[in-house]
Design a protein around this ligand. Structure first.
Ligand SMILES: [Zn+2]
Length: 301
C-alpha cells in the first residue's frame, strides 16, 4: 500500500487514493507500437502484461466543504478467475483501505466524479453484499457525476466498447437517483473544472484544478503512463485513435505553454509528470517527484 501526502492547490486539499494495481496486456496498451519498442520502455510479466495502478484523487474544498473523489478503481466484484486475468488480489479492498488511511469515511464523499465508466474507473461504486445476492452502494451520500454525452454512450455502447461497460457497475449508478450528468463546460466551483475529450471514449472528462498560477490535470486514460505522451503511442483500447492524436497535440501544446502538472491515474511508477519537447521536437512526459510539486506549503494561492 502506498501512503500519500496531501498537497494543496488553492482551496483544494488533494490526496492520492490507491485503488490497487492491475496488470494489462502490453500490446493492447500500446496499440500499433511494436513489442520491440514498448518492451524497452516498460517491464512486463511472462503473460506480456504491464503493471498499472488505479490511482484515484480525493479533493476536499475549503470553500464549499465538498469532498470529491475522482474515479474509484475496479472494485471487489470480480471472482478469483477474473482477478487472475487482471492480476488484482482476490479478496482485498485497497480502495477502502486507502480511504481509511486518509481518514475518510466513504459516507463523507459528497461527489463521486467519474472520468468515464470503463470497468477500471467505476467498479468501486458498489460491492456484493455478504451472501453475494445483491449489490450495495459504498458511497451513500455521494452524487454520481458523469459527462452527459458519456452517459448516453455508456448506455448504448458500440460492439467493441460493450466489454468495458459492465452492467453491474453502471446500472446501480443509474438507479441510485443521485446521478448528475454534466455538460462539457461544467465548472464544479471556481478553480475546478473539466477538460472533455472523445478519442478514448465519447465524453471522457479530465478534472482540472488551478490555484490561479499553476494547473494540475487528472490524466485518466489520455496518458495512462508517461510513455503514452509521444503521438503514435496510443492505446489499442481507444475507440477513435485519430481523434486522440488531435486531442494529444492540442493538450500537449497547451500543457507545455502553461507548465501544467499531470496527475497519473494508471502509471504504476509515477504519480505526476510534466510535458516537454525532446531534441527532435516531439512531446515527451517528464516524471515529477512529489517533492518537486509546485503545490507544497498549503498556502500557495
Ligand atoms: Zn478507459
Amino acid at each position: 500500500m502506498n501512503s500519500f501526502t496531501p498537497f494543496q492547490i488553492g482551496p483544494f486539499t488533494c490526496t492520492p487514493i490507491d485503488a490497487g494495481n492491475i496488470w494489462l496486456d502490453g500490446g493492447a496498451m500500446f496499440g500499433v507500437v511494436p513489442y520491440t519498442m514498448w518492451s524497452k520502455a516498460i517491464e512486463h510479466d511472462d503473460r506480456l502484461r504491464i503493471p498499472m495502478t488505479m490511482r484515484c484523487l480525493l479533493i476536499e474544498s475549503s470553500e464549499t466543504g465538498h469532498r470529491y473523489l475522482i474515479d474509484n478503481g475496479i472494485g471487489t466484484k470480480y471472482d478469483a478467475k477474473r482477478c487472475d486475468i487482471y492480476g488484482i488480489p482476490f479478496g482485498q479492498d485497497p480502495l477502502m483501505d486507502s480511504l481509511a488511511q486518509a481518514g475518510v469515511d466513504p459516507a463523507d464523499i459528497t461527489h463521486m466524479v467519474f472520468s468515464h465508466l470503463h470497468f477500471d474507473h467505476c467498479g468501486g461504486t458498489t460491492a456484493w453484499n455478504a451472501d453475494q445476492t445483491s449489490l450495495e452502494h459504498r458511497f451513500h451520500n455521494a452524487t454520481f457525476v458523469v459527462n452527459q454525452r458519456h452517459w448516453e454512450e455508456a448506455n448504448n455502447p458500440n460492439a467493441r466498447e460493450t466489454a468495458s461497460f459492465l452492467c453491474d457497475n453502471i446500472a446501480p449508478i443509474g438507479d441510485s437517483g443521485k446521478l448528475l450528468t454534466i455538460p462539457d463546460d461544467h465548472e464544479f466551483e471556481p478553480g475546478f473544472d473539466v477538460i472533455v475529450i472523445d478519442g478514448h471514449t465519447i465524453g471522457q472528462q479530465l478534472p482540472r484544478l488551478t490555484n490561479g498560477t499553476r494547473t494540475m490535470v487528472y490524466a485518466a486514460d489520455l496518458f495512462p503512463t508517461v510513455h503514452h505522451v509521444p503521438v503514435p503511442w496510443v492505446m489499442g483500447y481507444d475507440m477513435r485513435p485519430t481523434v486522440t492524436l488531435q486531442e494529444k497535440a492540442r493538450l500537449c501544446a497547451e500543457s507545455v505553454k502553461n507548465d501544467w502538472i499531470w496527475f497519473m491515474e494508471h502509471d504504476a511508477h509515477h504519480t505526476f509528470m510534466t510535458l516537454d519537447k525532446d531534441e527532435r521536437d516531439r512531446y515527451i512526459g517528464i516524471p515529477l517527484a512529489a517533492s518537486e510539486l509546485p503545490f507544497h506549503g498549503g498556502n500557495n494561492d
